[in-house]
Design a protein around this ligand. Sequence first.
Ligand code: PMV
Length: 322
Amino acid sequence: MTTATAIAHPNIAFIKYWGNRNPVLRLPENGSISMNLAALRTQTSVRFDASLKADSVLLNGVEANPAQAQRVSNFLDLLREPGGTPAAVESTNNFPSGAGIASSSSAFAALAVAASQAIGFGLDERGLSRLARWGSGSASRSVPPGFVEWFASDMDEGSFSKSIAPPEHWDLVDTIAVISEAHKATGSTEGHALAGTSPLQAARVAGAGQRLDECRAAIMSRDFERFAAVVEADCHLMHAVMMTSKPALHYWLPGSLVVMEAVRGWRQQGSEVCYTLDAGPNVHVLSSAKESAKLAKQVAELPGVLRVLQSGVGGATQLVNS
Ligand code: PMV
């Protein structure tokens, strides 16, 4: 087969990946844990076609910019012979890209699964998650279903992602407060390279093993209070590293802080709710399903919130009929 299409869900990390021990292989400094977001989808088709002069990349119906197109071509070069067959890649998201909803996670998960099928590689889930990692680290975590852990390693073979619980294990909901839909100033690839310039990165990485154990245990026992404490602590640690790197990276906007404060208040009043933010201003408000209908309204009413997206826990990246 020369054509294949895959659908992937972006994921939101509870324990964050920030900084690489090997930036080329995208081997992370520390392991991470996330959940896939069912309602958000990237659909990507890859067609290897010898009649094409060069790769072509369409993102949401528009020709990719040169940097994006180059990143896709570099990724496809991992699969084909030098000077191999060009490909036509078409990818669409049903959510805004580049603003803290990790679109690169679903983008490279879908691309890895579609391209390796189209070229005829029989990779298993572990192989596909390793391959996706080469495109974007967090993409590794969008390949398996549900709640997922990505392992840190010094070796390419050791750094893959695996499901720790299926989507139906815990009915968590991510209510995303969209604060800005603009593309972020500093993308995560450049951000990872700056992590080591922060004096706080070593401390963040040193404590990651303990936070991973805590988060895994909280998920397995569906203990929201325990989960909330470690998720917010880990988010604050990553943003502290960002804010203290050289140059400093500031992703929070006033609207982000409004949502964060409101969430802490609702939790004090007894709601099962907490937050996390990626490399962007949007706030991912995590809650149990019973809180989610009320939360969607409450979050939408906060000043600075442009709109709200909501999603439960999603499945694996899957091939679909082209
Ligand atoms: O996969 P990347 O290079 O886009 O990095 C993702 C980094 C964060 O979203 C900030 C954290 C994470 O673990 O997803």
